[in-house]
Design a protein around this ligand. Structure first.
Ligand code: GLA
Length: 587
């Protein structure tokens, strides 16, 4: 990726101090409790919600400024209503969000998806053209039979409820359902949206020229910014592209979600390998929620799957855009969607996307904005049997020793444990959603290889492969340009590895390059960040003949060191990258 296209990583300028991460008050008890817990230690201590940051100057970080400092939350019409959406549905849903507590829980955007705009009543359905579907002045217009009062009136009603209105458009000539697209009309359409009071635009990718995708999304992004209205830009291009960083506040990383477990799992896993790119004002989006819609939603299994789906989206820092019909939801669906303790892990100001830490999909972890705090989701992917799932504290980025565990679904403190924790009897497709509070890993002292230290966070760009210590991406010896290195980190781009530093740490050094196992492939960029500042950028490192590079940068009382490897804008194939001999020099 180009050195200038990644300014929106976490820990950039902050507007307001966030009070210590507090999961909030318990919501109504969930009826989808997933099992019982057991321990290797003693139980009985109460974790409580109070922050324990006293004496740790690394916490809390302040909430980022900008239009989407935490993942956007709201509701969208598509999954439940498709092209059957109309004005009374939108207004009914908005009222229901308020009445059910969803608005108070954070769901603020009410998003109208495809099929809101004018469409000729023809059989078979026609594709719009500007002359058949726009006004004489070339403006988009609402379908008078389904939105008789127009979008501005709907926006007023939604705003009067304390909520915000989202709408849908498309970069091509037509939307995916054949309505008018915005190609060539970006300025006029963005002005229409702003004048109607729209607060959020989901912008789709149908009927469009693949060769101008970046240009068209950037044209609309700039057109929105040129209106005087803040409008969140949700890019729906079904794949991640590095130019999306800084172009939108969220971007779809997957194909369309479907209301079944296979689709839920597939989307969250596709989204997971892009974790290095997610953060405040730029969120990976594995698509809207199907909580309440899953095919088995009437059964106990449906409720179990709904809870796992919601917990996985929460820990993945996914936008929480509900896709059910809130006017008809069951108490269980309502309880899952409004669980303030689970929502709190999603809305945490640190903005680090949770990732798998177990080499499979069973253990997910995410650092929280409180010293020693991690969110954990334990997922049983088995289709048939219950499972006991264990994690070690170092796996989730904590020091070994003692930690407390709280169950965020049953709202119960589970006690204090040593080194590891096991949650028993998690049913097939079920999960446990936990907050664990222990100790941050020790700070470095002296001159130390990073691979001898414990990281606080490590994401990697290949499913089921973890960042390796003193080995390349697959556990083999690190080797670059024929030279073996005994020490270092082997990653697969995109990757982000974070270490805490000590006061007075003066420099970071490493030898970086593509691992010889990348053969003729691989294309990455190495970046070193300290807090919000970029200290080093390798530029594109492209196999097979790229020379290794020596990195040496000064540190200046920084709190966190971030080692980022991007996939250089070309997908992650063979992006096997090494931070050989990576060291920090500290007092
Ligand atoms: C695409 C999008 C969906 C939805 C439909 C509407 O498939 O990915 O999320 O917006 O279009 O037609």
């Amino acid at each position: 990726m180009s050195p200038n296209t990644i300014p929106l990583l976490p820990l950039l300028p902050f507007a307001a101090l966030l009070s210590a991460c507090s999961p909030g008050n318990a919501a109504a008890p969930s009826s989808s409790s997933t099992g019982s817990s057991s321990s290797q230690g003693t139980t009985g201590s109460t974790m409580g919600d109070a922050a324990s940051d006293a004496g740790d100057p690394d916490f809390p970080v302040a909430l980022a400024s900008g239009p989407a400092p935490t993942p956007p939350m709201g509701w969208n019409s598509w999954n439940a209503f498709g092209c059957g959406v109309d004005e009374s549905t939108i207004e009914g849903v908005a009222q229901t969000l308020v009445a059910t507590g969803m608005a108070d829980a954070g769901y603020q955007y009410v998003n109208i998806d495809d099929c809101w705009s004018f469409y000729p009543q023809t059989t078979p359905a026609a594709q719009c053209t500007p002359s058949t579907c726009r006004t004489d002045a070339g403006a988009l217009q609402a379908n008078p039979s389904t939105f008789p009062d127009g979008i501005a009136a709907v926006a007023t009603d939604v705003h009067n409820l304390g909520l915000k209105l989202g709408i849908y458009g498309d970069r091509g000539t037509n939307t995916c359902a054949g309505r008018e697209g915005s190609q060539g009309y970006e300025t006029q359409d963005s002005q229409s949206f702003a004048s109607w009071g729209v607060d959020y635009l989901k912008y789709d990718n149908c009927s469009a020229d693949a060769g101008i995708i970046e240009q068209q999304y950037q044209t609309m992004s700039m057109a929105l910014q040129a209106t005087s209205r803040p409008i969140v830009f949700s890019i729906c291009a079904w794949n991640f592209y590095e130019w999306e960083l800084g172009t939108g506040q969220l971007w779809r990383t997957t194909s369309d979600i479907q209301p079944n477990w296979t689709s839920v799992l597939s989307n969250v896993m596709t989204n997971e390998v892009l974790a290095a790119y997610g953060g405040p004002n730029g969120w990976n989006d594995p698509d809207m929620l199907e909580v309440g819609n899953l095919e088995s939603a009437d059964s106990a299994l449906g409720d179990i799957e709904d809870q796992s789906h919601f917990s996985l989206w929460a820990i993945s820092d996914a936008p929480l855009i509900a896709g059910n019909d809130p006017m008809l939801m069951t108490p269980t669906t309502q309880s899952i969607l409004t669980n303030s303790e689970v929502i709190a892990i999603n809305q945490d100001a640190l903005g680090l996307q949770g990732v798998t830490v177990s080499g499979d999909a069973s253990v997910w972890a995410k650092p929280l904005n409180q010293s020693g705090a991690r969110a954990v989701v334990l997922l049983n992917t088995s289709d048939t049997s219950a499972a006991n799932i264990t994690f070690q504290l170092p796996e989730i980025g904590l020091a070994g020793g003692s930690a407390t565990v709280r169950d965020l679904v049953s709202h119960a403190d589970l006690g204090s444990f040593q080194d590891s924790y096991t949650y028993n009897a998690i049913p097939a497709h079920g999960s446990a959603t936990l907050k664990v509070v222990g100790a941050e890993p020790p700070r470095p002292s002296g001159t130390t290889y990073l691979s001898d230290l414990q990281w606080t966070y490590a994401s990697n760009g290949l499913a089921n492969h973890l960042v390796q210590k003193d080995a390349n991406w697959s556990g083999q010896p690190i080797t670059m340009s024929g030279t073996p290195y005994a020490k270092g980190l082997g990653v697969y781009g995109p990757s982000l590895v974070i270490y805490r530093l000590a006061p007075g740490c003066s420099s970071f050094k490493a030898t970086v390059g593509l691992d010889d196992s990348a053969g003729a492939g691989g294309s990455v960029v190495f970046q070193v960040w300290a807090d919000g500042q970029k200290l080093y950028d390798s530029g594109p490192v492209v196999g097979p003949s790229a020379p290794v590079q020596s990195v040496q940068v000064s540190l200046n009382n920084n709190k966190r060191l971030r080692l980022l490897v991007t996939n250089d804008n070309d997908g992650s194939t063979l992006d096997r990258a090494d931070w050989a001999n990576a060291q920090v020099v500290c007092p």
